[in-house]
Design a protein around this ligand. Structure first.
Ligand code: F6P
Length: 321
């Protein structure tokens, strides 16, 4: 019987998960594994929601956003008895290796599972927040950025037509990556993120000088982690004296067909994950750093802090002063 390998998605969904699952399953089959998928993330591991990853199941999923396997955040997985149930589900199918597509919480859960039952795993970073340490890129980020870019470009049309200010809140949890990159890509006048100190007085002076030179509208991008959306909107309205509106983009940023970049990154991470398991690595996370694909043991990833690109930080600094 060929050795079993199961793939699943876990935590917040992101575009690129489906191409990662498809490529991992197909490449694993070529490498002599019997590929399986698990529905509903960690919950499905416990509740025995497995399916053979055959050609029919892997067809027609590449272009779809989200994860066709569905995802979950499972509290039960913290309990050894439920983890044992998950292990028994793997054992009865001869599944000896796992690939998890998700975030650092899911990687930690797999690390615990490896410590308990010795099932090697490889992790593929996927979250629109782009906040997993040691990798410059997580699946879903490019698709989310393009979704934000399209929305902000549309908002600019109405902002200009009506001489208004728009504050646009973007996701990212505690990380300001989406806010900073979209502020740069969309030419926003203001960007507030948790990583950079801001000064409303100097922002105000800058805006007034811009108005004197003929500027008639403002775009401000705010990371959700700052919780500044409402406040900044009122401040522009009351202190700066320009009619202001708040747009919270919300979960639209998590959906949509994966961009070419996300599909290709998904393939490279997926092949890297199968290769890492084949080489005998037990607890590797795929990373993309300075243009190179590599693997790192989970403790090196989860014990470090995420560092934002210093050039992006430098370019954004003038937008919060
Ligand atoms: O981690 C991805 C993310 O979309 C964050 O940007 C956001 O803060 C959070 O998930 C939203 O979580 P939920 O979908 O549970 O509301």
């Amino acid at each position: 019987m060929s050795k079993g390998l199961a793939i699943f998605t876990s935590g917040g969904d992101s575009a690129g998960m489906n191409p990662a699952v498809k490529c991992a399953a197909e490449y694993a089959a070529r490498m002599g594994y019997k590929p399986w998928v698990v529905y509903d993330g960690l919950r499905g591991l416990i509740d025995d929601k497995f399916a053979e990853a055959d050609k029919a199941l892997m067809s027609g999923i590449l272009h779809r956003g989200g994860t066709f396997l569905r995802s979950s955040r499972s509290k039960r997985f913290f309990d050894i008895e439920f983890r044992r149930q998950a292990f028994e589900n793997l054992q009865k199918r001869g599944i000896e290796k796992l690939i998890v597509v998700g975030g650092d919480g899911s990687f930690r859960a797999m690390n615990q599972f490896y410590a308990d039952f010795g099932i090697p795993f490889a992790g593929i970073p996927a979250t629109i927040d782009n906040d997993i340490p040691e990798t410059d890129y997580c699946l879903g980020v490019d698709t989310a950025l393009n979704m934000i870019r399209q929305s902000v470009d549309s908002i600019r049309d109405t902002a200009d037509s009506f001489s208004r200010a728009f504050v646009i809140e973007v996701m990212g949890r505690h990380c300001g990556y989406l806010a900073m990159v979209s502020a740069l890509a969309c030419g926003a006048e203001i960007c507030l993120t948790p990583e950079l100190p801001y000064n409303l007085d100097s922002i105000g002076e800058r805006l007034r000088a811009d108005f004197k030179r003929g500027r008639n509208y403002i775009l401000a991008i705010v990371a959700e982690g700052t919780k500044m959306g409402d406040y900044l909107t009122r401040w522009i309205n009351d202190t700066i004296g320009m009619e202001a509106r708040l747009t919270v983009l919300g979960h639209v940023q998590r959906g949509g067909s994966p961009t070419v970049r996300d599909r290709l990154m998904a393939y490279k991470f997926a092949v890297g994950a199968v290769d890492a398991l084949e080489r005998g690595e037990k607890d590797s996370i795929m990373i993309y750093r300075d243009g190179t694909y590599a693997t790192k043991p989970i403790h090196e990833v989860c014990d470090s802090r995420y560092q934002l690109d210093p050039t992006v930080l430098r370019l954004c600094r003038p937008l919060c002063q």
